[in-house]
Design a protein around this ligand. Structure first.
Ligand code: IMP
Ligand code: MG
Length: 185
């Protein structure tokens, strides 16, 4: 038995399905930004790392990448509190640039609301959001999503960048965590 198998209820999105959807998103973004000379993919760490790494290879428009690490605090790791803080800021100025945020999952939307407000204040030319997963039924704040990989039910998932207590981000698929394995801290 592999280490992750004891936490895995089922594979929700297999590797092939993920890869072909990422390819489609890359093609769509490439079309939409065909005339853009200053595109910056902004990956939200840590969860967005796998998605960014694959997505960037399917975007034919010249672009740059940068990273922003945020975490939410004040509540358990399974629920966003709305108290979000920046752990690591961007290395680039974004004023006047076209920003495409690359995120693993939007749940309540609190994290992204905070991120978008912080970024808007720096006066970019545009900001769009590309999320791999969307748990839309959990939304408590309105978030405009320009590119969405998959809409999913409210189940705790891991793999492909998403962690289970910081582990298993390396799995090439998205799996559902077994119910009795979810610890509410
Ligand atoms: P939000 O602020 O409620 O939208 O939460 C977004 C963040 O919560 C994501 O960036 C993830 O880090 C984390 N998150 C939400 N749902 C899951 C999940 O099912 N698995 C792993 N992380 C999750
Ligand atoms: Mg995250």
């Amino acid at each position: 038995m592999l280490p992750y198998e004891k936490y895995l209820q089922e594979i929700l999105i297999d590797e092939q399905t993920l890869q072909s959807r990422v390819r489609e998103l890359g093609a769509e973004i490439s079309q939409d930004y065909a005339d853009c000379t200053d595109l910056l993919l902004l990956c939200i760490l840590k969860g967005g790392i796998m998605f960014l790494a694959d997505l960037t290879r399917h975007i034919s428009v010249p672009h740059e990448i940068d990273f922003l690490a945020v975490s939410s605090y004040g509540k358990g790791a399974r629920a966003s509190s709305g108290n979000v803080r920046i752990d690591m800021d961007l290395s680039e100025e974004i004023g006047g640039r076209h920003i495409l945020i690359v995120e693993d999952i939007i749940d309540s939307g609190q994290t992204l609301r905070f991120v978008m407000d912080v970024l808007q204040a720096r006066r970019p030319a545009s900001i769009n959001l590309c999320t791999l997963l969307d748990k839309s039924e959990m939304r408590t704040v309105d978030i405009p999503i320009a590119y969405r990989g998959f809409e999913i039910e409210n189940k705790f998932v891991f793999g492909y960048g998403l962690d289970l207590d910081e582990k298993f981000r390396n799995l090439p698929f998205i799996g559902v965590v077994k119910k009795d394995m979810i610890v509410n801290d």
